[in-house]
Ligand binder design. Structure first.
Ligand code: TA6
Length: 297
């Protein structure tokens, strides 16, 4: 058994399974079912009872532990996007390592809470020379709540960027995304793009790879196809990123079917580019999101 102490499985409605080369914690409670892999501490599925799957995972995802599973909620930390040095992985290194499971609890009210942790070691210090402890608390209930706590164990101030790189199970074509107005929009598909103020609701026409800075508020996806609104309530997250590769760029991704670009959109919540965060020595920072769904006519 990898990272999970079997005693942790005493919680009701919790099973540990192997999916090819990675461990997956299967959860079923009165509110929802969910799947969480210890590989990168990524939530791969969240289905509230009587509703549609919230998340998308590629049919071509790799489950041998060699890379992050394509889909679900990859954790980007301690940098978002390309690394400073080309030999380092994009979106940080914690999505590519196995996290320890500290706690699995079922509550009388019916929710299930899973706490996963990773910390600095010789390997991480060689990549990013700072001592840290990172914990992800996932609460599976009528909504899905993730709290990512950075604990700076060093005696220097940490500067980092971070995001939940969430793949939503929606048709991206014509998808309305609300909550971005007044943010500072940077279209990264345009060379040397100039930042501009977002003045209207985003109606998605892939491809799209845009950063919305200074955007601390909630975001809403109007998923007409599934007759639902997906609400992203976030705390301590000043940025959103919207990504869909479209029919051409998708061809560069070996773990996404060429047609599958039309099955998802990434709406990522965190602190990226100029919205980087600093964590003082021995201090903590918590990045939080809550995903909920509301039926619409
Ligand atoms: O968040 C947008 C983005 O940075 C895109 O530019 C694209 O690279 C996507 O993430 C996927 O990145 P990944 O490293 O997971 O293949």
């Amino acid at each position: 058994m990898g990272s999970l102490n079997p005693e942790l499985l005493d919680a009701e409605g919790v099973e540990l399974n192997q999916h090819h080369g990675i461990e997956v914690i299967d959860i079923e409670n009165q509110f929802a079912t969910a799947k969480i892999t210890t590989h990168g501490a990524s939530v791969l599925s969240f289905i509230p009872k009587g509703q549609h799957e919230l998340l998308w995972v590629s049919d071509e995802a790799v489950y041998d532990g060699s890379k992050a599973v394509r889909g679900g909620i990859p954790v980007c930390w301690p940098w978002f996007g390309q690394a400073r040095h080309s030999h380092l992985p994009a979106h940080g290194f914690v999505r590519n390592i196995v996290w320890q499971v500290d706690k699995i609890e079922s509550f009388d009210a019916g929710e299930t809470r899973v706490v996963l942790r990773c910390e600095s070691n010789d390997e991480t210090m060689a990549i990013w020379p700072h001592e840290f402890e990172l914990t992800l608390c996932i609460e599976v209930g009528p909504t899905l709540i993730l709290n990512l706590t950075t604990h700076n164990l060093s005696d220097t101030t940490l500067s980092l960027t971070e995001a939940f790189h969430t793949y939503f199970n929606v048709d991206p074509q014509g998808l309305e995304i609300k909550g971005l107005v007044k943010s500072t929009h940077l279209d990264t598909l345009i060379e040397d793009a100039v930042a501009e103020t977002q003045t209207e609701v985003l109606v998605l026409e892939p491809p799209r790879d845009s950063v919305y800075l200074n955007q601390p508020g909630n975001v809403f996806l109007i998923d007409v196809h599934n007759k639902r609104q997906i609400k992203i309530a976030k705390r301590n997250a000043d940025s959103s990123v919207v990504w869909n590769p479209g029919a051409e760029i998708v061809k560069g991704f070996s773990d996404i079917n060429d047609q599958a670009w039309s099955e998802f959109v990434c709406v990522e919540s965190g602190n990226v580019l100029d919205n980087y965060i600093t964590v003082l020595p021995q201090e903590k920072h918590v990045l939080s999101v809550q995903y909920s769904m509301l039926e619409i006519a």
